[in-house]
Ligand binder design. Structure first.
Ligand code: GLC
Length: 807
């Protein structure tokens, strides 16, 4: 038995460590406090990742440490190579050479057997610990909250009875610039790089700012330099990859490691590397630390390597940052540990990462684009409003400035750094609507009606208030209609892959008409509240008209249609051979309250009958089996994959909201768990993905891969799944004049409690399910006093309140 296992058993026996690991599988478990996911073997079904970031510096760190880093924008400022496929490149690996024996603490790429190996995914860090032949090695990778850098804290301990003279190597392959370009035009890109060494610190910069655009008209240089430094000072280094690897060798057998030292190579225009070597001697029981940092700083500045003590101090600050963040907004204690772990820890963590990096292009599954999608960025704000609304405000104003004066907006924009050809209006009808929804949600959270008066630019020049931006967006959206008086589909409503339904300007979308109805109603109430009755009446009138049209033209007997194509043919109907029923037009019918309750219940019963699976609710059914150019790319994906009838988590979250709004608490929990990564992760060989974060989709039942997850980390599901459980299942929902309490919980729950920080007060809420129905508020007491209704109005005089809710 390895020493670590012995130690662990000792701790368990002495009671200092709880034995109750959460959601244990053969690959790992959550620690009892929920703060770490511990992976117990490197050989898991797929690489699982953590994203280490402070909002500027971004590091994707797989469970073996492999991955890539970038600064602010992957198109311009990739720092290290996209390591997801480049297993045999030097990807942050730490090598140990003990006499003739060579291994990496990471396991990859050499894959030597260990007596012990473990990876702990934490908030802001990933720690790998391994033990082999008397050497225990730990690497913690972290991006400190207070510096634009990544730190690798390496700890080596001699657990044997003999003195050890080790050679340690660590390194990474920098790339500098556009990540995609790096893979395609490596040799050319290298000619723009400038590398140097000074006092055993390695530096790199590029004299061409971006290789992303084929146009070489750009005249800017890279504005920074990347440094790679360490304490203690390394014994040798390499800047040229070939010197470190050797001819016809790779990271599995680098010549430098074989030789026992690097060759202090310089680099003029060849494939770069940042590699260090140290001689470390350890007496029995002795432990030593090395701190390696790679980061970004002004050019020509000298970097002074930080000591392991400083770097460890920063790790503590980073952990504290995440602790404070996770303590904000809402925390809950329910009878279901999946909900507690998701709401209090991992979904909340993912909400922040998603808010910072709302582009889908920086994950294990997709990388390289430096663009931020208007639609996804706007929705990510929904996951941030309760914790740090001041950041939401800044982001909302930034996104809003990409709206044109005619109420359209760009589809993609690039944070800070302009890109060619992305300033055109988006051909998608929905994108601006999500921004409106998020602005209104921000006001509900904060009461900051003044944001409506903030003046921001229009994308095409001039400026206007946020109110005016919204007014123009909604005026345009209401006029953007076609057949049956429904909203045009254009090149894809929310669904990007239904790109031919309305490409000739005639197809219409039932779903987006419903979304618009919902937003018009919201806009109407806000206007009434601020005394703009004419605007309120107008929005209400238009929403009623849309509602009428949907009910008149889009009811298919048991559920709502999805739309009509350019030729006027139905989509999402019993009359279709494929794509007979779609999820979104049922969920949004309920969310927008499009019809009387019996009709809404009927359409959600159809969802349960035709779209529900044990792995979540499918986007539609049956899938398309052959390419159809009247519908779009959706028909070209394999059946059950992505938008072709997968369990698309973003859409699944809306069905949870709809189910809760109907008062079906048992079913809402059933849907929630079916889509939840922790729950799905209980069958890891089927799910394959990270059991701690949401992914874009789970493969649908028409594929042999049914139940497999994909595209983890970046998805619109992140904020929506969070809001589905907090605002609708648990029913604690901000409104303009207070907190609405409207839970819809499973009938078997006896009670749950929650702490909600809201507009400067703390509300300790206890909900008791006295009737056993799980919904329908019977009574609310605020600090012991009974109130009428279920709205907790704002209190001016007290900081904390006790709220007792009886169902
Ligand atoms: C992806 C996109 C999102 C889109 C969805 C459906 O998740 O990022 O913008 O709405 O797919 O096509």
């Amino acid at each position: 038995m390895s020493n670590i296992l012995k130690e662990q058993n000792r701790r368990i026996r002495s009671g200092t460590e709880k034995t109750r690991f959460l959601f244990k599988t053969k690959y790992g478990y959550f620690t009892p406090d929920g703060n770490q996911y511990v992976i117990t073997t490197p050989s898991i079904p797929r690489p699982w990742s953590n994203i280490l970031t402070n909002g500027n510096y971004y590091t994707l760190c797989l469970h073996t440490g492999r991955g890539f880093s970038l600064y602010k924008n992957p198109s311009h400022f990739g720092i290290s190579r996209w390591g997801c496929t480049l297993k045999e490149s030097l990807m942050r690996y730490v090598y140990v050479k003990d006499a003739g024996d060579v291994w990496t603490l990471n396991w990859e790429p050499i894959q030597k057997p260990f007596e012990f190996w473990q990876c702990r995914m934490g908030f802001g860090y990933t720690t790998i610990t391994s033990e082999r032949k008397g050497i225990r090695g730990t690497i913690t990778y972290t991006v400190p909250i207070n510096r634009d850098a990544e730190d690798w804290i390496i700890t080596l301990k001699n657990t044997s009875r003999k003195k050890k003279n080790l050679k340690i190597f660590a390194g990474v392959e920098p790339q500098l610039g556009d990540m995609t370009g790096d893979l395609v035009t490596t040799c050319i890109k290298n000619l723009f790089l400038r590398l140097r060494e000074s006092n055993k610190v390695l530096y790199a910069t590029s004299v061409l700012a971006s290789t992303h655009n084929p146009s070489l008209e750009r005249r800017e240089e890279w504005p920074w330099q990347v440094y790679f430094g360490a304490k203690p000072t390394p014994a040798s280094f390499d800047l040229e990859r070939k010197s470190f690897m050797g001819n016809h060798r790779n990271a599995c057998n680098p010549i430098a490691v074989k030789n026992g030292c690097c060759s202090n190579s310089r680099n003029v225009g060849r494939q770069p590397i940042f590699a260090f070597h140290w001689n470390v001697s350890l007496k029995p029981g002795e432990e030593k630390r090395i701190a390696v940092s790679m980061g970004i700083q002004e050019k020509k500045k000298q970097y002074k390597p930080l000591s392991p003590r400083t770097v460890l101090g920063d790790l503590e600050k980073t952990k504290q940052y995440w602790k404070d963040y996770l303590g904000g907004g809402l925390t809950v204690e329910t009878p279901n540990p999946v909900i507690d772990l998701t709401v209090n820890k991992w979904n909340k963590y993912q909400c922040r990462i998603n808010f910072w990096w709302y582009s889908a292009s920086v994950s294990f599954y997709r990388f390289g684009g430096g663009f931020w999608g208007f639609r996804d960025a706007a929705q990510a704000v929904l996951g941030n409003n309760a914790t740090t609304p001041e950041l939401s405000k800044k982001r909302l104003l930034e996104i809003g400035s990409h709206v044109f004066s005619n109420g359209r907006a760009v589809h993609l924009f690039s944070q800070e750094y302009g890109e060619y050809g992305i300033e055109k209006p988006s051909p998608h009808p929905d994108i601006t609507l999500w921004w409106v929804l998020s602005v209104l949600d921000y006001i509900k959270e904060t009461g900051d009606f003044l944001i409506l008066g903030s003046v921001i630019p229009y994308q095409n020049g001039g400026s206007g208030s946020v109110y005016e931006h919204i007014d123009r967006i909604l005026s345009r959206a209401c006029k953007n209609t076609g057949q049956k008086g429904l909203v045009l589909f254009e090149l894809g409503d929310w669904n990007d892959a239904m790109n031919f339904v309305g490409c000739n300007g005639k197809g219409v979308s039932v779903m987006i008409t419903q979304v618009l109805v919902h937003i018009l109603k919201e806009w109407s109430s806000l206007n009434r509240l601020i005394g703009k009755n004419n605007a309120a009446n107008k929005a209400e009138k238009i929403s009623l008209r849309f509602k009428k049209n949907v009910n008149r033209f889009a009811w298919d007997g048991d559920y709502f249609l999805r739309g009509f194509d350019d030729q006027g043919r139905v989509i999402g109907s019993k009359r279709n051979r494929e794509g007979k029923i779609y999820l979104n037009s049922q969920s949004w019918a309920v969310i927008a309250s499009m019809s009387p309750e019996d009709k809404l219940k009927k359409c959600m019963e159809s969802v349960h009958k035709y779209l529900h699976t044990d792995a979540g609710n499918m986007l539609f059914s049956p899938p398309y089996r052959r390419p159809d150019n009247d519908i779009g790319v959706i028909t070209r994906f394999l059946p059950g994959e992505k938008e072709n009838a997968a369990i698309f988590q973003h859409a699944a979250s809306w069905s949870i909201i709809a189910t809760s709004l109907l008062g079906w608490g048992d079913r809402a929990l059933q849907y929630y768990l079916a889509s939840n990564p922790i729950w799905r992760g209980q069958k890891p060989d089927r799910f394959e993905c990270e059991p701690y974060v949401y992914g874009e989709y789970v493969t649908g039942r028409d594929s042999p891969h049914f139940g497999q997850g994909s595209h983890s980390w970046f998805t619109g599901a992140v904020p929506w799944m969070y809001r589905a459980v907090t605002d609708y299942m648990l029913g604690i929902r901000p409104e303009y004049d207070g907190l609405r309490i409207e839970p819809c919980i499973p009938t078997h729950w006896k009670e749950f409690s929650a702490t909600r920080k809201f507009r400067g007060s703390v509300y300790d809420i206890k909900v008791t399910n006295r009737t056993g129905t799980g919904h329908g508020v019977k009574e609310i007491l605020i600090d012991g006093k009974k109130i009428t209704g279920n709205l907790i109005r704002l209190s001016k005089n007290r900081k904390s309140h006790r709220i007792d809710v009886i169902l």
